[in-house]
Design a protein around this ligand. Structure first.
Ligand code: NAP
Length: 233
């Protein structure tokens, strides 16, 4: 299997398709990426829903000149780089349903396998250990990268403020991982960190349960920032 080849400069001009983009996470990522110059396609199981969400996003940010279009999930999967932003239990079936569009492309999975039981958030172990690994198994010919699990959608959607956050990125495909890190670094105050191979997606996804517990207990929305890593050295 060959690997998608991109370097830090070639993310500019990429079209990003988001599958499941009508939810808080996907729509937030769409506006944030569009705000830094990317063309974004909103995917949904229903074109009508995608059109409706796009109208709301553009109405909220009328002066931003956001380059976003609406489509179904297959239309979003026609883009250069695809983000999976569905609930965890729909991620690999949805990826498989548009699998022919994903072949040879970078697919960024931001889904977390979690369940809320009473007041508690519990991480789940999906088949193959993580949602991202399940997506990779469902579409072996794409290059899955796991990222953006810990970035709170509400803050991501607020273009009036940058999000100061580290973003853990892991993949078995180094070039695809670098592409996603370059993309993430384009968003102001977000810092992509190379967290290793796709095996790390399991603890990264599961850790989201801890963040949601913190959100609940401290009545806030936390983001993650690591000390001791100086990328300027
Ligand atoms: N919310 C956050 O702050 C946040 C932050 C980081 C990561 N995440 C992760 O990002 C993913 C999306 O989060 P979200 O809060 O935006 O989720 P969501 O609102 O529950 O779902 C997102 C979209 O997925 C589609 N969808 C729902 N059920 C589906 C199914 N059975 N099959 C196919 N598509 C389905 C829906 O779009 P259509 O009905 O239009 O198809 C929905 O609008 C989750 O896995 C979450 O763990 C969330």
């Amino acid at each position: 299997m060959g690997e998608a080849t991109r370097s830090s400069t070639t993310v500019i001009g990429m079209k990003i398709g988001i599958v499941g983009a009508t939810g808080p996470a996907g729509s937030a990522l769409a506006v944030r990426l569009a705000s830094v110059g990317f063309d974004v396609v909103l995917g949904s199981r229903s074109i009508e829903r995608s059109v409706e969400v796009l109208a709301k996003l553009l109405a909220k940010w009328p002066d931003r000149n956001l380059s976003i279009t609406s489509s179904d999930n297959a239309g979003a999967a026609d883009a250069d780089l695809i983000v999976i932003a569905t609930p965890w239990d729909a991620a690999w079936t949805t990826a498989k349903s548009v699998g022919s569009h994903l072949e040879g492309k970078v697919v960024m999975c931001m889904a977390n396998a979690l369940i809320r039981v009473g007041h508690e958030f519990q991480p789940l172990v999906p088949p193959r250990g993580s949602v991202a690994a399940s997506v990779q198994a469902a579409v072996p010919g794409c290059f899955v990268v796991a990222a953006l699990h810990h970035v709170p959608a509400k803050e991501l959607a607020d273009l009036g403020h940058p999000i100061e956050s580290d973003v853990l990125v892991c993949s078995d495909h180094p070039t695809a991982k670098q592409t996603c890190m370059d993309l993430i670094d384009k968003m102001p105050d977000m810092r992509a960190l190379d967290a290793g191979d796709l095996t790390q997606a399991a603890p990264i996804e599961a850790f989201t349960a801890v963040l949601l517990e913190l959100n609940m207990r401290y009545k806030t929305r936390v983001a993650v920032k690591f000390t001791g890593i100086n990328l300027d050295q």
